[in-house]
Each structure stands twice: as structure tokens, then as C-alpha cells.
Ligand binder design. Structure first.
Ligand code: ATP
Length: 308
């Protein structure tokens, strides 16, 4: 109901009477009044006068009712330890594909190998529960899919060139604007779920990672609407999900990649591979031509871009 009231208020620039709202939305005036009060408590500025209600301003919060169509699937937290932990619990209890955990702030946001992911107010932090019917070996393609969706959204909304760093980062001018983390629950050949966490530096500044991180605000020189960004990103993810196992996904990743054709050093499980990043294979593994000229398949690891 809050979402519908907002929509009705946004359709008009002047006052809408409580009676008109109750008529349009098929509910009582008391119920409208209660929901308006709820919206005000959530931070919306709504003027009430004898002529009715008028929406003056909206907070840029990622409240579920701001995302019509997704609302029922969103679990929203003003603050949480980690959206990954909450989503894992939900998925373990059977939460369906498309369940989303969103937080305004994470106090224990994490990246790969439990590394810290700074998640102050102003960013977008969410985890999406997916249950694709694919072999666990292909699960890393979900990282690729999420990266593509983020990079395409940045480009389409703001015209900024966003590039993908294997395996899980989105970069603007070489600096990390978004980190992606996929965690799966699988048996040998059955994938139960894959939770994909996406942390985007939107209206944030991260002095601690000044040299390696950026935000959309830093790149654009202005703050942007996080609601608008997340709505567009959700559409993009829905567009790419059906293409998860298609060659198109790999093609798009190659097109957006900042890693391919670069000299890279990759550290994984005590092993180090240095060479030129040549391609990715169908499982999302990176193919690196090492100094001796052999093609090495790297499934996962820390990747350093050495030079152009
Ligand atoms: P790298 O970025 O060096 O390849 P990684 O991809 O393994 O590392 P992630 O798991 O994606 O790392 O992210 C964790 C690392 O990112 C942290 O160790 C820290 O250096 C950096 N970091 C933490 N918070 C942020 C943030 N909000 N934006 C950009 N970088 C961050």
C-alpha cells in the first residue's frame, strides 16, 4: 500500500485528497492516513492540508516498496552484519530464487576469503539468492553475469566506461567501484543455491582505499539516485540470467574485460601464475599463457594487473 500511495502522489504535482486516494486504491481514508504516517516515519516529507496530501521529497533509501514487482522478495535492513549471512540462512530455509537481502549499511561486509568489504551509508549492498539448474562447475559464471549487469547499468545510466576485472570486480578507470561475491551450496553434481552478493560504491567516499577504490559519486562528481540505479540493475540482471549458460554471456564479458590481453599475476592456494591473460573458458576460469608459453587454467585466485 505504501508503494501504491507513493506512486499516486508522484503522478501529481499538487495535492491529492485522502478521499481520492482511498477511492483510487480501494481502501479506507483511515488506512491511507496510517500509511502516510508510516511513510513520514520512513523519511518521506508529505505535506498535509485541507486540500489533501502532497509529496515534497523522498529519502534515497532502498525500501522494498520503492521496487514494485520485487517488493515481496526483498528483505530490507537499515543495518546488518552481512547480507551474505542473512541470505544464506534464508536460502538454507528454502527461500526461493530471486529472494533479495538489502542493507543500507553492513557492519561486517565481506569479500572473498572473508576479507573486509567496507559498506558505509550511501552504497548499495545486496545479496540475491539464485537456484540455477546448472552443474556446480559452472557456478563462477554467476560472477561473470553479475559483473556484466553492473557494468552495463553504469554505462547505460551514466555513460561511464566500466570494465570487468577477473574474477569479481567492476572497475572505473582501473579502480574498484563494485565487488561481487558468489557463495554456493552444492553437492557433487547438484547446485542447491548460489548467493551472489553485490557491493557498489555509489554515493560513498573511501579515503582508506583512495588508490584502489572509486565510487560513482567520485567518477561523476555528483550524487546519484541509488533507487534508480538498483531498479535498473535488477532489470539488467533479469535480462542476463536466462543467458547464464549461453555463449553470449562469455562474449559480453570478453568485451567488457579489463583483464584479457593484460599481463597478470595470479595467486591462488599457494600457487602463483604470471603471464598474459588470454581468455576465459566455459566455466569462467582464466586462461593464462605463462612465461614458458604453456596455457594455464586458473579457476580462482587473486589477480593483479601488471601493466597494459
Ligand atoms: P583485489 O581487489 O585485490 O583483487 P579481491 O578481489 O580478492 O581483491 P574482494 O574480495 O573483491 O577482494 O574485496 C575485498 C578487498 O577490497 C579488501 O581486502 C579491500 O582491499 C578492498 N575493499 C574493501 N572495501 C572496499 C570497497 N567498499 N570498495 C573497494 N574496495 C574495497
Amino acid at each position: 500500500m505504501k508503494g501504491q500511495i507513493l506512486e499516486a502522489l508522484r503522478e501529481r504535482t499538487h495535492y491529492v485528497s485522502g478521499e481520492a486516494l482511498s477511492h483510487q486504491l480501494g481502501t479506507s481514508r483511515v488506512s491511507i492516513w496510517k500509511h502516510i504516517r508510516g511513510l513520514k516515519e520512513d523519511g518521506y516529507v508529505i505535506e498535509a492540508s485541507a486540500k489533501g496530501y502532497r509529496l515534497v521529497s523522498s529519502p534515497d533509501l532502498l525500501l522494498p516498496y520503492e521496487f514494485p514487482g520485487l517488493e515481496q522478495r526483498i528483505h530490507y535492513f537499515p543495518e546488518i552484519g552481512s547480507t551474505m549471512d542473512a541470505a544464506r540462512e534464508l536460502a538454507k530455509k528454502g527461500a526461493g530464487e530471486g529472494t533479495i537481502v538489502i542493507a543500507e549499511v553492513q557492519t561486517r561486509g565481506r569479500g572473498r576469503l572473508s576479507r573486509e568489504w567496507l559498506s558505509p551509508e550511501g552504497g548499495i549492498y545486496f545479496t540475491l539468492v539464485l537456484r540455477p539448474r546448472i552443474s556446480p562447475a559452472y557456478a563462477p559464471r554467476i560472477n561473470l553475469m553479475a559483473g556484466i549487469a553492473v557494468a552495463v547499468t553504469i554505462k547505460e545510466l551514466y555513460g561511464l566506461k566500466a570494465e570487468l576485472k577477473w574474477p569479481n570486480d567492476v572497475l572505473i578507470e582501473g579502480k574498484k567501484v563494485c565487488g561481487i561475491l558468489a557463495e554456493m551450496d552444492a553437492e557433487t553434481d547438484v547446485l542447491n543455491f548460489v548467493n551472489v552478493g553485490i557491493g557498489i560504491n555509489v554515493n560513498t567516499s573511501l579515503p582508506r582505499f583512495e588508490k584502489t577504490a572509486t565510487s560513482l559519486k567520485d567518477a561523476l562528481g555528483r550524487e546519484i539516485s541509488r533507487k534508480k540505479f538498483l531498479s535498473a540493475l535488477a532489470v539488467e540482471i533479469e535480462r542476463w540470467l536466462p543467458l547464464l549458460m549461453k555463449a553470449d554471456l562469455l562474449e559480453e564479458w570478453r568485451r567488457l574485460s579489463a583483464t584479457l590481453n593484460r599481463d597478470v599475476r595470479i595467486m591462488s592456494l599457494g600457487e602463483e601464475v604470471t603471464g598474459q591473460a588470454m581468455d576465459i573458458d566455459a566455466t569462467g576460469a582464466l586462461l593464462v599463457k605463462d612465461k614458458a608459453g604453456s596455457l594455464r587454467t586458473v579457476l580462482v585466485g587473486d589477480c593483479i594487473h601488471l601493466r597494459e
